[in-house]
Write a protein that binds this ligand. Structure first.
Ligand SMILES: *Cc1c(COP(=O)(O)O)cnc(C)c1O
Length: 362
């Protein structure tokens, strides 16, 4: 069997969830969209089910997958419904629903719901992607209330730049939100992972009944490019690993791999690993990207190919055929690999494919 695989540590997932609660002092929806950022939504939700206040997904297809696997409790659709006929399913499966546009509000007003919905009314406080304009927010809230179709309205917005620790934009967005929601009663939900980790002081006035929406931090990766104290308390959940399947000794001046992207400057011992971009390892990871072999750090060399990649084993005399390779995990952080490859940990997790996911910690 090919040795490439991703080990998923569910204890670490629970640790990170608890950290989100502890740091925020609020309730937390575990964001498990995009198959839990590549970690397997059903298994991750099952592991959190007993303690999570709820879950958040991108669409009804993802929510139904969780319901079919027996996940009870709140599931929020982060973009609400895409088509009006989803409302019947939202009602039947008791899903919570973001309303970010007037057309969605109108669909709810016209609907024939028998049970009132839980709506998270989203304001565009400055990200300018989805959400109601601050000037329209109060009227939308009042229309929802007057519709008789809604049991509860959570006041929601989303930050565009919370991962930039010296950027004033989050504070500006918060001020826009606070002004536009004045007089509106409801629980509040604003914070993603970088806002939970990086901006505790902005939210001192929030209530324990408010909600945070941690995603990437649950999986133990930092959303920040620089060191950050709270993020240092996260435990990596995924370990992407494989083995060395071939070793060769090259003299100086020999190319390795496609387009001779790497040429040995000295006699070099090259290890070939069963892992490539078809597994989701980033093709743009350059020579020098960190990798651990039997617990020792070394570097990627040459181009990543579809099924294989190459390492420099020159200084690792113990390493050889069959040595265990950690592409990312506890020793090599996914966020470091992502940074080297011009990506973000979110994307390198989501890109994972072909490798089996193996769980421990149930
Ligand atoms: C994906 C998403 C989140 C989670 O963001 P992270 O940065 O992964 O914590 C929170 N809120 C909304 C609206 C999202 O779409």
């Amino acid at each position: 069997m090919r040795p490439a695989r991703a080990l998923i540590d569910l204890q670490a997932l629970r640790h990170n969830y608890r950290l989100a609660r502890e740091l925020s002092g609020a309730r937390a929806l575990a964001v498990v969209k995009a198959d839990a950022y590549g970690h397997g939504a059903v298994r991750c939700a099952q592991a959190l089910q007993d303690e999570a206040d709820g879950f958040a997904v991108a669409c009804i297809e993802e929510a139904l997958q969780l319901r079919e696997a027996g996940i009870r409790g709140p599931i929020l659709l982060l973009e609400g419904f895409f088509e009006a006929d989803e409302l019947a399913l939202i009602e039947r499966h008791e899903l919570w629903c973001v309303v970010h546009s007037l057309w969605q509000l109108e669909v709810i007003e016209r609907s024939a719901l028998s049970k009132p919905l839980c709506v998270w009314l989203k304001m565009d406080s400055g990200m300018h992607r989805v959400g109601l304009h601050p000037a329209d927010y109060k009227a939308a809230y009042q229309r929802l209330q007057a519709s008789g179709k809604v049991a509860k309205i959570v006041l929601m917005s989303h930050f565009a730049r919370a991962d930039e620790l010296d950027c004033p934009r989050s504070q500006e967005q918060l001020a826009v939100f606070q002004l536009a929601r004045q007089g509106l009663v409801g629980e509040v939900s604003l914070r993603n992972s970088p806002a939970v980790l990086g901006w505790p002081r902005l939210f001192q006035n929030q209530q324990p009944s408010d909600w945070v929406r941690p995603g990437i931090m649950l999986y133990g990766a930092t959303p920040f490019e620089q060191q950050q104290a709270a993020a240092a308390r996260l435990l990596p959940v995924m370990c992407l690993e494989s083995k060395i399947i071939s070793v060769r000794e090259l003299p100086a001046g020999e190319p390795v791999g496609y387009v001779a992207r790497f040429v040995s400057e000295r006699p070099t011992r090259v290890g070939v690993v069963a892992m490539g971009y078809a597994d989701g390892y980033p093709r743009h990871a350059p020579t020098g990207t960190p990798v651990a072999v039997d617990g020792q750090l070394t570097r990627l060399i040459g181009r990543v190919s579809m099924d294989m990649l190459t390492l420099d084993l020159s200084d690792l005399s113990q390493a050889g055929l069959g040595s265990r390779v950690e592409l990312w995990g506890k020793q090599v952080l996914a966020s470091d690999v992502a940074l080297q490859a011009g990506s973000i940990p979110y994307q390198i997790f989501c890109n994972l494919r072909r490798v089996p996911l193996l769980y421990n910690g149930s």
